[in-house]
Design a protein around this ligand. Structure first.
Ligand SMILES: Nc1ncnc2c1ncn2[C@@H]1O[C@H](COP(=O)(O)OP(=O)(O)OP(=O)(O)O)[C@@H](O)[C@H]1O
Ligand SMILES: Nc1ncnc2c1ncn2[C@@H]1O[C@H](COP(=O)(O)OP(=O)(O)OP(=O)(O)O)[C@@H](O)[C@H]1O
Ligand SMILES: [Mg+2]
Ligand SMILES: [Mg+2]
Lengths: 254, 254
């Protein structure tokens, strides 16, 4: 029975895709069977594992609209234990296309039901908004990881996101747990970052692992590889491996 | 007759809000009468000029739904020549609430018609997605500025954004001009940034002014001030003043 993790934050550019891709890859390296689901019409997660959405016949969009089965939409990647369901810009149309369907919020959860036994972890990359796509991810998920840059504007959106998660928990997914906030692109020399980090730790659960700013994380997507394949010795790769360890130990404890 | 500029890019965290706020403030410092319109439910532009959305009785949401007139929704800011129309999270609901209205794409353009004579520039901050809110901004605008971080994933989305702008130009706003790409958070010591910048300059119009990474730009929003009021001597403030000059000279030449 797999654990489904949504990587969500409506603030843009906080490291959602980078975290979804590199956590998935790190769990795969730790011999877990992992499915990465790209729920963002930008398709950045798909590209970052070398499977740009336009290169596959079907993906998340077709599965949400029930035009394809999960097994037709899942692709392998360079990492044997890591599979991906890709996204294209079509996905941006799903919200309006499903507007009159009563079950529009549970489409992803239903689609994943059939595959949960084939994976240990299913990791979902969300778009930068609290729309139907992110809602589907929160309804399908067992837990949420919230990547956050330690900057003032990112702090602003956290309370709103937590409100949304509470509402989803109340209405559609009572067992949804907020696993924690993941601090990303962290530069310890920067006062603002330290102030914001202290503030966040006061009010929310924060992972011990902090992801540093590391250029290798920004370079890896242009090679279509997770950072653990692009530069395994980098600080970026090590920080996501340590996050994977923290999650694997946590789920034993949870 | 004012010039309406949309600041748009569906990629998250590329400096849309920082550019909308600080370009507006820099134009205001140059004695232009400026209206900043916040079209993002996150309300970051509103907060960044000291007018958080929840503090005002009405804003962009009410104007789009025709529950209020522009003149009731516009507030003054600390800078005499800069006004703002604020956003709250309600705005996220506008897309579904307007789904059956035939004129849903031209609501902002119509609302601005009555106020264009009171301003020299109207600058619109867009959310990180190509949804109805961004569409409204593109339909209302005379020109678009595309802030872009020089990173691979940001490059990916540029072609898609340009496609969308072409479609808006074809269907709803034939005079919409792409004023240019604005490189943001630029670090000249970083190879990836230089490679991406060269690539962008090959295919798109790029402003001469390049915005450097400068911590004062990230600190200013927590004080509710544009950077020109927070730290006028900073590199961040100077770069946006130089962008304002480039735009003021360009519009004479345009
Ligand atoms: N720790 C890091 N160090 C350096 N660069 C990073 C790091 N994490 C992410 N980046 C880069 O920062 C940019 C934003 O990250 P990313 O695209 O993962 O954020 P996102 O939250 O998924 O964005 P969006 O809101 O558009 O979906 C990307 O160009 C990415 O390569
Ligand atoms: N030139 C810069 N130097 C340093 N920090 C910057 C710069 N420009 C923006 N920032 C910071 O980077 C973060 C992202 O910028 P900003 O919020 O303006 O991007 P955005 O495109 O509006 O994001 P969203 O997609 O969420 O709307 C913010 O915390 C901001 O303060
Ligand atoms: Mg992303
Ligand atoms: Mg913004």
């Amino acid at each position: 029975m797999s654990t489904v993790i949504a990587i969500a934050n409506q603030k843009g550019g906080v490291g959602k895709t980078t975290s979804a891709v590199n956590l998935s890859a790190s769990l795969a390296v730790a011999e877990q069977r992992v499915l990465l689901v790209d729920m963002d019409p930008q398709g950045n997660a798909s590209t970052s594992v070398g499977r740009p959405g336009r290169a596959s016949p079907c993906g998340t969009y077709q599965v949400l609209l029930r035009e394809a089965m999960m097994r037709d939409a899942v692709l392998t990647t360079e990492l044997p234990q890591l599979h991906v369901m890709t996204a294209t810009t079509d996905l941006a149309g799903a919200e309006l296309e499903l507007v009159s369907e009563d079950d529009r919020a549970v489409r992803l959860r239903e689609a994943l039901e059939g595959t949960r036994d084939s994976y240990d972890y299913i990791v979902i990359d969300c778009p930068p908004s609290l729309n139907l796509l992110t809602l589907n991810a929160l309804v399908a998920a067992d837990s949420v990881i919230v990547p956050m840059q330690c900057e003032y504007l990112a702090l602003q959106g956290l309370a709103q996101l937590m409100d949304t998660i509470e509402r989803v928990r109340g209405a559609l997914n009572p067992t949804l747990a907020i696993r924690g906030v993941l601090l990303t692109m962290f530069d310890p020399r920067n006062n603002l970052a330290n102030e914001v980090a202290d503030e966040v730790r006061k009010h929310f659960l924060v992972y011990d692992t902090v992801i540093p700013r590391n250029i290798r994380l920004a370079e890896a997507p242009s090679h279509g590889k997770p950072v653990v394949l692009y530069d395994a010795a980098s600080k970026g790769a090590n920080s996501y491996l340590s996050l994977a360890r923290e999650i694997l130990e946590g789920s034993e404890g949870a």
